[in-house]
Design a protein around this ligand. Structure first.
Ligand SMILES: [Zn+2]
Length: 642
C-alpha cells in the first residue's frame, strides 16, 4: 500500500479542497465576508477621527441614550422595540443591539443609519469635529467617483438653490399662483416647509445669478441646475415651476423635481442624473420619512411627490416615492436599512396589477417580501386621501397582501385542475419556479413552496421540481454568504441561526480580547502561528491587532472594512457585553477560545478527508481513509491530554 507521504498528501489535499469548496464553503479562500472596501486614508488619519469622535454623541443624535453602568442604552434605531436593548460602550467605541444583533464601530453606525460608506463616514465625522483631511476621491460604490471638493460644492449649489426657491415661494409676488396651487391641493404651509418646497421664478437667470456670485456656477452646470445657450450665457434650467427638492437619507439636496402650474408640457421635469443623483437609487421623501419608518418599522412607497406630501400631512409620515421609474432593487435595499416591512401602492387597474408583479421580482431579489396596496381605480393616494380620508387609506393598508401570495393565488386560478393538461401545468410550474428561486431565505422558501402546493394542487413530482429549482439558488446564495461553522450546518441540513457557531465565536472572542486587553496580545500572537483560521479575514484582522501594543490604531478601520456585517454584529455584542469584564479571567477565556479553534480545525479536517474518501476512487480513496483515521487519533489524543 502506498505510504502517506507529505508531498502526495499536500498535492492531493489541495485538489480535494478545491473540489470541496462547495461542501465546505468556509474553507475556500474566496468566501470572504462582504465588508467595505479599504480606503486610501492613512492609519494616522483614521485614528485621529476615531479618537476625537464621541461615539455617544454621534449615536445620541439618532437615539435617546441614558447611562446604565459602563454602557449607555436606548431604543434600537434598527428594529422596532419597546424596551431598550441597544447599548453603546464609550470606552470601547462599540454599539450593539441585543435585540436584532446590529452592531459595530461608530463608522458602522454611520453606515447603517445614514447609508454612508466608510470613507464618507470618516469624512463626515472629520468635518463635524473640525479635523482637516486631505482631499481625496471618495471610494463610493454607490455612484461615480468624484472628488470630495466637487461633491461638496455640488451639494452646496443645490442647497443654495433650494433656499432661493423656498424664499421665492414664500416671499415674492411671482409665486402667488404657486401658493394658490398649494392651497387648492390642501397642502399647508407647515407641510410645504417641511419638504422645503419652493418656486422657480419665470425669468431666465435668477438662480444662475446667485450661484455665480457664490462661485458655484460650475457645479450648477454639472448638476443641470444651469444650462448654457449658444452664446455661452448661463440660464436657469427650472423656470415657472413649483420646486420639489429631492434629498438623500441625510437630508442633503441631491436633485430637484419641478412641476408646471398651467397646462404646459412636460408637467414635471426632474434633474438629470448627476454624480449626486441617480433616479433608480434615490427615494423622494426618505429624509422626512426616515425616523418614522424606524420607529414604526414600516414604509409605504408611492409614485409621486404630491402623494408623499399628502400622505405625510395625513399622518402617514413613513411614505416615500420612486422618481419616475418602477421600484428598483437598489431603492428597496436602501429602504430595507430602516425596515423590512415595505408596502407598495399600485393602481387598482390591470396596469397596476402588472406593475405589482414586476415589483415582486425586485422585492424578492432584494431579499424582501413586499406587500401590495391597491388604490381604487380613478384615484391616486393624494385624491383618495382628500375624498375618502385617512381612515379609508388605513383600511387599504390593513388589507394589504404579500405580493408573492397574491401572485401564487393568481397562478392557482389559471392553473388547469386536470393533471392531463401537462403543458399548461408545466408553464404555471415554471412561472412560479422563476419567482420562488429569487428567494434567498430557506425558511421563507419552504413556506412558500408549501403554499404554492396547497393553492395550485401540485403533485409530489411537481413539488420536487419546484424545490430543486429553489435549492440550486439557495445553495449558490448560501455559498456566497457563508460563515465559518457552516460546515456542520450544511451537512446536517439545518438553517444558519442568528448566533455564531462555536468557531466564529472563538475567532471573534479572540479579537474582542485583543482589543480589550492589549497586554494579552504578545501571548496571543505566539499562539496564532499554530492556527489556521477557518476564515482568513478574521485571522488577518486579529494578526493586525496583535502586531502592535498600542491601543487600537487601525482596529476600527479593519473591523469596519474587513469583517462582514454579521460578524461585526457578533463582535460588538462581545465588546459591549460583560463576559470579558473580569480581567483576571481573560487569560483563561483566551485558552478556551484557542482550544475551540484547534478542535474545530481538527473536525473540519476530518470532515474534509472523509468527504474526500467518499468521492475519490482507488488509491486516493484509500489514502484519504487512512488520513481520516490518523486525524481522528490525533484529535482523540489531544482531548485525552487535556
Ligand atoms: Zn436592534
Amino acid at each position: 500500500m502506498r505510504e502517506w507521504d507529505g508531498r502526495y498528501r499536500a498535492g492531493f489535499f489541495a485538489g480535494a479542497i478545491r473540489q470541496l469548496r462547495f461542501v465546505f464553503p468556509h474553507c475556500a479562500p474566496d468566501a470572504m465576508p462582504a465588508g467595505w472596501k479599504m480606503t486610501r486614508f492613512t492609519d494616522r488619519e483614521i485614528e485621529e477621527v476615531r479618537s476625537r469622535a464621541d461615539v455617544v454623541e454621534v449615536i445620541g443624535a439618532h437615539v435617546r441614550l441614558r447611562r446604565a453602568g459602563r454602557n449607555f442604552v436606548g431604543l434600537c434605531p434598527f428594529h422596532n422595540e419597546k424596551t431598550p436593548s441597544f447599548s453603546v460602550n464609550p470606552e470601547r467605541g462599540f454599539f450593539h443591539c441585543f435585540g436584532c444583533g446590529a452592531g459595530g464601530t461608530v463608522f458602522d453606525f454611520m453606515n447603517k443609519i445614514e447609508g454612508l460608506t466608510f470613507p464618507e463616514a470618516l469624512q463626515s465625522l472629520a468635518q463635524r469635529y473640525g479635523i482637516r483631511l486631505p482631499e481625496r476621491s471618495a471610494d463610493n460604490r454607490a455612484g461615480p467617483t468624484i472628488a470630495n471638493g466637487d461633491r461638496a460644492s455640488m451639494l452646496t449649489a443645490n442647497q443654495v438653490a433650494a433656499e432661493f426657491y423656498a424664499n421665492v415661494l414664500w416671499n415674492t409676488s411671482d409665486a402667488e399662483l404657486a401658493r394658490d396651487y398649494l392651497k387648492t391641493r390642501g397642502i399647508t404651509s407647515e407641510t410645504a416647509r417641511a419638504f422645503l418646497l419652493g418656486f422657480a421664478p419665470p425669468r431666465a437667470a435668477n438662480v444662475v445669478g446667485i450661484l455665480q456670485k457664490r462661485g458655484l456656477l460650475e457645479p450648477a452646470l454639472k448638476l443641470g441646475l444651469a444650462k448654457k445657450d449658444e452664446s455661452g450665457a448661463a440660464y436657469d434650467m427650472f423656470r415657472a415651476r413649483l420646486m420639489f427638492p429631492i434629498r438623500d437619507a441625510q437630508g442633503r439636496v441631491i436633485a430637484f423635481g419641478g412641476r408646471v402650474l398651467d397646462n404646459r408640457l412636460p408637467k414635471y421635469i426632474n434633474s438629470a442624473e448627476s454624480p449626486l443623483y441617480s433616479k433608480a437609487r434615490a427615494l423622494y421623501g426618505l429624509a422626512e420619512a426616515r425616523s418614522t419608518i424606524n420607529k414604526g418599522d414600516r414604509a409605504i412607497v408611492v409614485e409621486g411627490y404630491i402623494d408623499v406630501i399628502a400622505l405625510w400631512q395625513a399622518g402617514f409620515k413613513e411614505t416615500v416615492a420612486t422618481l419616475g421609474t418602477a421600484l428598483t432593487i437598489d431603492q428597496l435595499r436602501l429602504l430595507s436599512r430602516y425596515t423590512r416591512n415595505i408596502l407598495a401602492c399600485f393602481d387598482g387597474d390591470d396596469a397596476g396589477r402588472k406593475a405589482s408583479l414586476r415589483a415582486l421580482e425586485a422585492f424578492l431579489q432584494a431579499g424582501l417580501l413586499g406587500r401590495g396596496v391597491f388604490i381604487p381605480q380613478g384615484y391616486d393616494p393624494d385624491t383618495l386621501m382628500h375624498e375618502r380620508g385617512a381612515g379609508h387609506f388605513d383600511g387599504l393598508l390593513q388589507h394589504s397582501e404579500l405580493l408573492i401570495e397574491m401572485f401564487l393565488r393568481q397562478q392557482a386560478q389559471i392553473a388547469p385542475k386536470e393533471r392531463a393538461a401537462v403543458d399548461d401545468r408545466a408553464r404555471i410550474l415554471a412561472s412560479i419556479g422563476d419567482k420562488l428561486r429569487l428567494i434567498k431565505d430557506e425558511f421563507q422558501f419552504n413556506l412558500l413552496v408549501r403554499k404554492a402546493v396547497d393553492l395550485v394542487g401540485f403533485t409530489d413530482r411537481e413539488e420536487a421540481v419546484l424545490r430543486r429549482a429553489g435549492r440550486r439558488a439557495l445553495a449558490i446564495g448560501g455559498a456566497r454568504q457563508s460563515a465559518p461553522g457552516r460546515a456542520q450546518e450544511v451537512s446536517s441540513g439545518t438553517r444558519a441561526t442568528s448566533s455564531p457557531g462555536a468557531l466564529v465565536q472563538a475567532e471573534l472572542g479572540l479579537i474582542a480580547l485583543a482589543l480589550r486587553y492589549p497586554d494579552l496580545r504578545p501571548e496571543l500572537k505566539s499562539h496564532l502561528r499554530q492556527h489556521v483560521f477557518p476564515d482568513q479575514e478574521t485571522g488577518s484582522v486579529l494578526e493586525d491587532i496583535c502586531a502592535t501594543s498600542e491601543s487600537s490604531v487601525t482596529s476600527e478601520a479593519a473591523i469596519s472594512s474587513r469583517l462582514g456585517e454579521q460578524r461585526r454584529g457578533w463582535l460588538s455584542g462581545m465588546m459591549v457585553g460583560s463576559l470579558m469584564d473580569d480581567a483576571a479571567k481573560a487569560r483563561s477565556l483566551m485558552g478556551d477560545y484557542l482550544n475551540a479553534l484547534s478542535e474545530g480545525q481538527q473536525r473540519c479536517e476530518v470532515a474534509q478527508l472523509r468527504q474526500a474518501a467518499l468521492t475519490a476512487n482507488g488509491e486516493e480513496a484509500v489514502a484519504a481513509a487512512q488520513a481520516v483515521i490518523v486525524a481522528r487519533r490525533r484529535s482523540a489524543h489531544r482531548q485525552d491530554a487535556r
